[in-house]
Write a protein of this length. Sequence first.
Length: 166
Amino acid sequence: MRAPERTFVRAQSLRRSMSLPEVILWQHLRGQRLGGLRFRRQHPVGPYVLDFYCAAAGLAVEVDGRSHESRERARHDAARAAWLAEHGIRQLRLPAPDILDPARRVFALEAIVLAAGAPSTGFAGPPPRKRGRIAPPPPSAVPSVGMTAPLHRLFGGPPPPRCGGV
């Protein structure tokens, strides 16, 4: 779907000023490195700019920093999620601390693979190139889509140690 010109301009600006968690996640997503999935960064869709978007899976991956903790921002995020769902785009929200911490990042990457419906690669390197649309998994198989819960709750295990300032 075509986005307004101002959304394209905003997307270009956001590509040049990505946050640290976005830069780190992009290093894992670019060049089909994750499960053979092709992602675009700061992709304009309608009035919104998606942090990362996989068209084949119809999946938007959003990195939530501290700015997403306010009530006003939560209302905006809910309206945005509803608009995206209305247009057939599923959304996976990942907390920024889960991207910054290398131990938790593995779980975040696995959550993306599961949400996209791609087979797990074990993150051992780029998978072989695939073409065509990836069928999304049934909703019951991906409990993390649309949630901002800490990933240790989704995959089990003890909570990670608390870090100050992140």
